[in-house]
Design a protein around this ligand. Structure first.
Ligand code: PEP
Length: 258
């Protein structure tokens, strides 16, 4: 049984106004705001971060952002920096999500700059990697994941690595209702753990949470979360309603106490 605490992170994407976000966080705080078996992070859009921070204050829930710029400040119209997120008490930031890569042209090199900037500012990066359907069908899943992971981690020191969270998110499973089989997911997670071992050391690799993302729902979560190297999940669609998100947190807690 792994000593890694499961992590469930709700990625709201471009959903919820500030007041909608407060209502959702209030429901989460009322039901799971005191549990500490699972690390729970909510990642609202930038406009809802401050109100969400206030609504979750005093609970065990943590706050994350969905993106950030790598510079601390300056002439970067429309961007938000790590110190700005820290000032709102954010602890996590999702980086390199496949939607950012595909729709906003984020490259591995850019994602890497963001990872380094997040770590420098004591934000835990949730570094997303994953293959497209065409890449899986071409048999290049592991090489795609390796390239994204190694590039994303360039320059990350052994002493910083335990703060990292890696999210394996097959692009074909995100928001599609198609979920990777437990075997497909565990195979890639074990491969990532192996790469982290080579890159950092076994001791460090055993501390790093590797999340599975892609249509995780209360019905499929227990089996996925029971896999040896699956330490939680970034949750898109199912994080937008308290009921399904809470059920996922409970599924993670049930595995944690087995
Ligand atoms: C995601 O976008 O990170 C994600 C996992 O989305 P969904 O749960 O909707 O597939």
């Amino acid at each position: 049984m792994s000593s890694r605490k499961k992590l469930i992170a709700g990625n709201w994407k471009m959903n919820k106004t500030s007041s909608d976000g407060v209502s959702l966080v209030a429901e989460l705080v009322a039901t799971i705001g005191k549990q500490s078996e699972v690390e729970v992070v909510v990642c609202p859009p930038f406009t809802a971060l401050e109100s969400a921070a206030k609504a979750l204050d005093g609970s065990t829930l943590k706050l994350g952002a969905q993106n950030m710029h790598f510079e601390a400040s300056g002439a970067f119209t429309g961007e938000v920096s790590a110190p700005m997120l820290r000032a709102l008490f954010a602890t996590h930031v999702i980086l390199g999500h496949s939607e950012r890569r595909a729709l906003f042209g984020e490259t591995d090199a850019l994602v890497n700059k963001k990872v380094l900037a997040a770590l420098k500012n004591q934000l835990r990066p949730i570094l997303c990697v994953g293959e497209t359907l065409a890449e899986r069908e071409a048999g290049s899943t592991l090489s795609v994941v390796q390239t994204q992971l190694e590039a994303g981690l360039e320059g990350v020191g052994k002493d910083q690595a335990a703060s990292m969270v890696i999210a394996y998110e097959p692009v074909w499973a995100i928001g599609t209702g198609k979920v990777a089989t437990t075997e497909q997911a565990q195979e890639v997670h074990a491969f990532i753990r192996g790469l982290l071992t080579k890159h950092f050391t076994d001791v460090v690799a055993q501390k790093i949470r590797i999340l599975y993302g892609g249509s995780m729902k209360p019905a499929n979560a227990p089996e996925l979360l029971a896999q040896k190297d699956i330490d939680g999940g970034p949750i898109g669609g199912a994080s937008l309603e308290a009921r399904s998100f809470v059920e996922l947190v409970k599924a993670a807690a049930a595995v944690a106490v087995l």
